[in-house]
Design a protein. Structure first.
Length: 337
């Protein structure tokens, strides 16, 4: 008799009957295992939460008073009849893939991941398994990321040119993950580094955990932009063009996202510059990660699922699409407003 799959896909999220828990559920459940703290994966309303040591403080910052516990990378925890462990996903600080084993059969839910080391988040760790649930946010061959040092040089050159022209450089990015990665790439010799409140609040949570970031200045209502000439401001995309940003006077705007690889999206954003950098795996990163798992079966979630799934099946993998409510990378993260 064929055994039921260890992980199943339900209207509440990815479910493990052997342990009676859900992974990144999008509806309230009794027990939730969370891959990372972005809002489409870590939602409010769960009975209890389990996340990595690095993710839980950010979840508490974002979700408030929750019943939760944390786990170290690689630590094995038995929940019911399932053995569970969390492994670095490389997406943002604290992010994890979740490995679930029952009677020798291993499933891995990737969450969001990035296969290259950005020098800030814990590097992606391939996990061998029989079944691999993978994201495919950028699952098209057009998405191939440049080396990070190349993008860093582009951003710093742009910032220096803005400063020389008497303009403030505004760079839009998620307040969790992308903002801190960009901060680690900036050359502080160019000028002051200012941060929106949402970014700086997240910075504090991460600094308190030991993550190293350059010195930043909170750009709140009390700050006088005239005292910080030649500055760059890191802020959520939703804050660009707001009354808060307009008080800085002459400025240029840039967006940092993998979506900047699509010319039409760059035009619609109406920013002055677009920098192609993502905390998700590009086409080659997705394929490399899947190969390294040695999985017999692959399940493709949010992103370019149909095209990526077709490529996998045509090139020797056994794959299927699984619809989810995860949003992946977006330039308009509502929680960042």
């Amino acid at each position: 008799m064929t055994r039921e799959p260890i992980l199943t896909f339900t209207d509440k999220g990815i479910y493990c009957a052997a342990g009676d828990f859900y992974i990144d559920p999008w509806r309230p459940v009794a027990r939730a295992l969370i891959t990372h703290a972005h809002a489409d994966h870590a939602r409010s309303g769960m009975g209890t939460y389990l996340a990595t040591d690095g993710t839980l403080p950010i979840m508490r910052h974002r979700l408030g008073d929750i019943s939760a516990s944390s786990i170290a990378y690689g630590q094995v925890l038995r929940i019911g009849d399932a053995e569970v462990s969390f492994h670095p996903a490389g997406h943002v600080p604290g992010s994890a893939q979740i490995r679930v084993e029952v009677d020798g059969e291993v499933w891995v839910a990737s969450g969001d991941y990035k296969a290259t080391d950005d020098g800030f988040s814990e590097p992606f760790e391939p996990v061998k398994c029989h079944h691999f649930i993978t994201e495919s946010t950028f699952g098209l061959p057009v998405f191939r990321w440049a080396e990070q040092n190349v993008v860093a040089a582009e951003i710093n050159t742009w910032w220096a040119a803005c400063a020389a022209a008497g303009k403030t450089a505004f760079l839009g990015a998620y307040s969790l993950g992308k903002a801190q990665r960009l901060l680690s790439m900036l050359d502080p010799d160019i000028g002051p580094i200012l941060t929106h409140t949402a970014v700086e609040n997240t910075n504090k949570v991460l600094r308190d955990q030991g993550y190293v970031l350059p010195d930043t200045i909170l750009a709140n209502a009390d700050l006088n932009p005239k005292d910080h000439k030649g500055a760059i401001v890191i802020c959520p995309p939703a804050a660009m063009g707001s009354a808060w940003s307009r008080k800085f006077g002459p400025q240029e705007t840039g967006f940092a996202s993998g979506w900047m690889a699509v010319r039409g999206i760059r035009r619609r954003r109406a920013g002055d510059r677009g920098f192609i950098i993502s905390d998700h795996a590009d086409w080659n990163g997705l394929l490399d990660a899947i190969k390294l798992t040695e999985a017999e079966n692959t399940y493709v979630t949010h992103g370019y699922t149909d095209i990526f799934n077709q490529y996998l099946n045509e090139n020797g993998w056994r794959s299927q699409v699984v619809p989810t409510r995860f949003e992946g990378d977006s330039l308009d993260a509502k929680e960042e407003a």
